[in-house]
Design a protein around this ligand. Structure first.
Ligand SMILES: Nc1nc2c(ncn2[C@@H]2O[C@H](COP(=O)(O)OP(=O)(O)OP(=O)(O)O)[C@@H](O)[C@H]2O)c(=O)[nH]1
Ligand SMILES: [Mg+2]
Length: 346
């Protein structure tokens, strides 16, 4: 009797551990991921521009976001609302002749393939890409897990997200000319002009919708010291004033991808990564991105993009470059734009 039970339990174990029996197959299996993994963090120069053909023929422009993912369709409701609103704006010829674009949903490997297929069928230009292919959602190569400062108000996923948006997205989107970040919790209501056209027409390096204050005290204190020292030690003459108290609100931005691939910009991002302060001081991608831009781009290259939207995670509305009060009585995605009543001075 005993050997039969043993054989049965071994059989069950093997069955359970077989990847094909996973309840929710993910977009890329661990085996393909391992085969495709190129490198950690910034050691990514080998990523081929041709590795992922565009969905739209000849698309040189991309919208992108990082999504939280999840096992069920309901986990994607917010994200699909974001797609619907964004695509309506980008295909609206009132804002200029629409340009072909891809819309990339970066994720950390937790999107079931069937859900990815359904969403791509509903929103034709959407493609799902695993950020782990670009070193995402792993602590930097030289860092040990025990060096991550926790417990903290922010989970480690938040730090990984900041690192992705501070530096890794550049490698993942390097074959596009212009990339526009529009987060999962961003619902676009109105633009003055198609943002891709606005950038092309103004030959902009970077477009922003809101200039705002950095509210994280520890970042202001520590990043200011580090930046001062960095500028001095590298003998950099910043093209614009570097003041970490102010930043572009990066849940929405649009930029020339090549600008970020310049060696001196990559060097700066690499040096930031080496400090590990994204994980230790919770440095965010917004002040880092703003610092890089102010070190190495001229004021004329920075373009204001009038793009009005609701932002879920900080519960605010952006309207004509200003923050306005968030109407918390109704769900953000369903609210009418006309409900925004009270302007708050910055
Ligand atoms: N996969 C994944 N995505 C995340 C995680 N944390 C945030 N994101 C996504 O990254 C984007 C930015 O995250 P938010 O939490 O909105 O952060 P934020 O608006 O930059 O920062 P706050 O101003 O602090 O709210 C959103 O699209 C989130 O869905 C995470 O742990 N895992
Ligand atoms: Mg947000």
């Amino acid at each position: 009797m005993l050997p039969v039970a043993l054989i049965l339990s071994v059989f069950c174990m093997c069955w359970l551990l077989t990847p094909s029996n996973k309840v929710h197959p993910t977009v890329s299996s661990d085996a393909t991921l391992a085969a495709q993994l190129r490198a950690d963090g910034l050691v990514l120069a080998g990523v081929s521009r041709e590795s992922d053909p565009p969905i739209e023929p000849y698309a040189r422009y991309a919208a992108f976001t990082l999504i939280r993912g999840g096992a069920f369709e309901i986990d994607y409701q917010k994200y699909e609302e974001r797609c619907k609103l964004l695509h309506a704006v980008l295909y609206n010829s009132d804002y200029g002749t629409p340009v072909p674009f891809d819309d990339i949903a970066f994720h950390e490997g937790n999107v079931p393939a069937s859900i990815a297929a359904n969403i791509s069928a509903r929103h034709r230009v959407v493609r799902f890409v695993d950020v782990r292919l670009y070193g995402g959602f792993k602590i930097p190569p030289k860092m040990q897990m025990w060096q991550v400062r926790k417990p903290a108000q922010y989970p480690i996923g938040y730090n990984h997200m900041c690192r992705f948006f501070a530096m890794q997205w550049v490698q993942a989107l390097r074959r596009y000319d212009i990339a526009m970040r529009i987060d999962e919790d961003v619902w676009v209501h109105h633009v003055a002009r198609n943002p891709f056209l606005r950038m092309i027409e103004n030959n902009g390096t970077y477009g922003y919708a809101l200039w705002t204050e950095e509210g994280h005290r520890e970042t202001v204190l520590t990043m200011r010291l580090w930046m001062d020292e960095y500028i001095k030690s590298k003998q950099i003459t910043p093209k614009q004033q570097v003041d970490v108290r102010w930043m572009y609100f990066t849940n929405v931005f649009i930029t020339k991808v090549d600008w970020w691939l310049q060696p001196h910009v990559q060097r700066f991002l690499y040096d930031v990564d080496e400090t590990q302060y994204i994980y230790h001081h919770r440095w965010g991608d917004a002040p880092l991105q703003t610092s890089a831009l102010h070190l190495y781009s001229r004021e004329e290259e920075i373009v204001f993009v009038e793009l009005d939207y609701s932002h879920g995670s900080t519960r605010n509305e952006i309207k004509q470059g200003k923050q306005v009060k968030y109407d918390s009585t109704t769900a953000a995605g369903e609210r009418l734009y006309s409900k925004i009543v009270e302007e708050v001075p910055l």
